[in-house]
Design a protein around this ligand. Sequence first.
Ligand code: BTN
Length: 254
Amino acid sequence: MSKDRFIEIIPEIKDRLFYFDTIDSTNNYAKELARQGHRDSIVISGSQSAGKGRLGRSFTSPKDCGLYLSMLLPSPARFAIPATVLIGGCVSRALEGILSRRVEVKWVNDVILDFCKVGGILAEADSDAIIMGIGINVNTPQECFDSSMPHVSSLAIREGRQFSIPEVAAAIIGQVDQMTARLDDSAYLGDLLEHYRSRLVTLGREVKVCDSKGERIGRAVALLQDGSLEVDFGGNTEVLIFGDVSVRGIDRYI
Ligand code: BTN
């Protein structure tokens, strides 16, 4: 893969794109750009040596197998609905356009196909901007994933064919750009939140919640307007705000 290949498929991002063959983490670079005053830049790398996931986890990023993308988005103050939830909706819509089938999400930001994780989203904030990291396992073969993570997969494994990584990038960037251009359009944002809710595999399931209170079992009952998750712990309902919460199925990933 090369910068030219991305520009060929997505010419409109020519002046915003920072491309690397390899880098530690596209989010780290995008954060540096935010500190320097950049605003709508896009960072893509062919591989990452220290790809980051949520909660201090790592994100497997082998060369030219996946999409490792960070986008600088406007200040968190501009978002009536948390950006991480809206981006989940954008990624689902983009991938559904490519795969012509439902692409689900696990609260808050794992991208799910056939109950397997095929991508993740890591939102960070710095210098009054959001650094939105999106990782999609596009053509990654199973042997690249740690054997302790059998629930992790790729679009190619699930679909039995290879995909063009620049085309996956084009679809996602298109959806995200559309969303950032419509931050004041409450009807559009409401639809996007509704799309996210309709694809949320977590709802209605028994979940294991790991947070500062330890590990507890409950049932996810609702997604609230601000993107938080309502969980019923045997009659006591709590509202979970993403931050440091991990939500999983009881005896499997979902
Ligand atoms: C997760 O699964 O918890 C989130 C994974 C986010 C991975 C992407 S890849 C591009 C960007 N750079 C990173 O270091 N992480 C995000």
